[in-house]
Design a protein around this ligand. Structure first.
Ligand SMILES: [Zn+2]
Length: 149
């Protein structure tokens, strides 16, 4: 369980998401951030010009998400943090309503501060291991349809 609490000052951090949990791949970035940045840089060749802008925004969104996920793992973790993460995972799993609504204080009551950190880390592990689809084309194609119309 020390995994979530030990801090190494001398460890090199990813220049984007600041993680110390993964080795740096290239250009001071961890593997995931490096992959997203490469996609961003290759956008001009990879996709038609009219969708390049949205495509780049999608890649930038991935970089921002990675950074946000990493920052959210840092202690202290509140009952609300755990509730929000559970709600996000439930929604992602196809649950239509928020079945964890209002459970933050109950969660905080039942778990110690250290328990909350470990629990949140485990839940966050699920989120970060959902494979990035590269780019959400559903967000891009409406742009193309508008332009054709
Ligand atoms: Zn990173």
């Amino acid at each position: 369980m020390v995994r979530y609490t030990v801090r190494h000052i001398d460890v090199q951090r990813c220049a984007n998401c600041q993680t110390e949990r993964f080795p740096l791949r290239a250009r001071h970035l961890c593997g995931r951030c490096y992959y997203a940045l490469r996609k961003l840089e290759q956008a001009d060749q990879a996709v038609p010009q009219d969708v390049v802008k949205v495509y780049k925004e999608e890649c930038q969104r991935r970089l921002d998400n990675l950074k946000a996920m990493e920052q959210k793992r840092k202690p202290p973790i509140s009952g609300l943090d755990v509730e929000s993460q559970l709600a996000w995972l439930a929604k992602r799993a196809g649950v239509r309503r928020n079945i964890f609504d209002g459970m933050a204080s109950s969660i905080a009551w039942h778990f110690t501060e250290e328990n909350l950190v470990v629990l949140y880390g485990l839940l966050s592990e699920i989120e970060e291991n959902i494979q990035w689809a590269g780019v959400d084309w559903g967000r891009i194609y409406p742009v193309r349809r508008e332009k054709r119309a």
